[in-house]
Design a protein around this ligand. Sequence first.
Ligand SMILES: Cc1ncc(COP(=O)(O)O)c(C=O)c1O
Length: 414
Amino acid sequence: MQSTESLFENIRNDFPILKRTVRDNKPLVYLDNASTTQKPNQVIDSIADYYQNHNANIHRAVYALAEEATEAYEATRDKIANFLNIKNRQEIIFVRGTTEAINLVAYAWGRTHLKEGDAVVTTEYEHHSNIVPWQLATRANHAKLEYIGMDDNGELILDDLDKHLATGKVKLVTFSLVSNVLGTITDAKGIIEKCRAAGVLTLIDGAQAVPHMKVDVEDLGCDFFAFSGHKMLGPTGIGVLWVKKSVLETMSPFHGGGDMIREVHKYETTWNDLPYKFEAGTPNIADVVGLGSAVDYLTKIGMDNVREHEIELTKYAIEKLSAVKGLHIYGTKDISKRGGVVSFNFADVHPHDVAQIIDEEGIAVRSGHHCAQVLMERLDVAATSRASFYIYNTRQDIDILVNSLNTVAKVFKL
Ligand SMILES: Cc1ncc(COP(=O)(O)O)c(C=O)c1O
């Protein structure tokens, strides 16, 4: 069997983009994986193969190509089911990404189930895609949006959840399994247990979790689970919403159109079976195929190995970054509660200036509010710099980052 170390060494060869140089012929050091990940040849080739050899519309025609395209599309549904331990493939809906998944729930579940005076509870460390759809849904139905606060360690204050649940008004609690800014891993099972005891549904935003660790959706016990393909080596424009069947059956359609219907008459329509009732129109077939290849790729590496690699890199990064003069790291130092994301600030140097200077060295990190302005307000900052790691990153990438940050510290006399 291949050792974990050599496994990760060889991985870089699968990613053509990692061979290129940027700016003044500097090797690319890509550390913006929380934003989107690079794609291996296996994923790129599967999309090209689909268009070169199998392209047709799905679920409709009976000719050979249409059958092949349908099989390839539906095979990914089965791969997702295996990858996340989902027992019923009818509960898996293909969407454009996490954002569309949450909007689907806010519209198709929220519109039917939220009543005046009800509450939806989210957290202070959510991505905008798990805040704004709930602002829209609660406002439309005269319900309220409430928050679970965060302590200075970047962990949720679960007493807040208890207080909200005690009102008897909460219909849904929603949270990200891993924060995209702090990397905090949420105590999902603890929250879900409390919500289930109170008869409250739960939605997990798994965008920063599914690419980085083993996730067992059945074991979590939530009602909704969302994630994006492009953050896990897959193409952009494809993601997944999982909904427990008993809940999905109570939801009205999101989009109306082809494929989601059984019969259409002048004034009445009946719906197709699950999950097709929620997949209107010609879907993103090629990228579903690409997502299937990404799942194959990650399965071959093993998600426990992925997590182990990221723990090792994150530990190393926190140790090295902590020694940079004037640099403050946000979030917990407890690596068992943290994913491969490190957000930081340099005294009062603006993160955009930091990102711009280190970009000259070929380093790609994100700077800004990371679509988490509620969290920025809680941290009392306008922005942070963020380095985020994935399977192809190395200790050397972190060394290059740390060296260039030392230069920034010198430039700004920190
Ligand atoms: C935690 C979290 N949720 C949701 C999203 C939105 O994902 P997408 O833009 O793929 O819909 C992101 C993207 O950064 C994220 O990090």
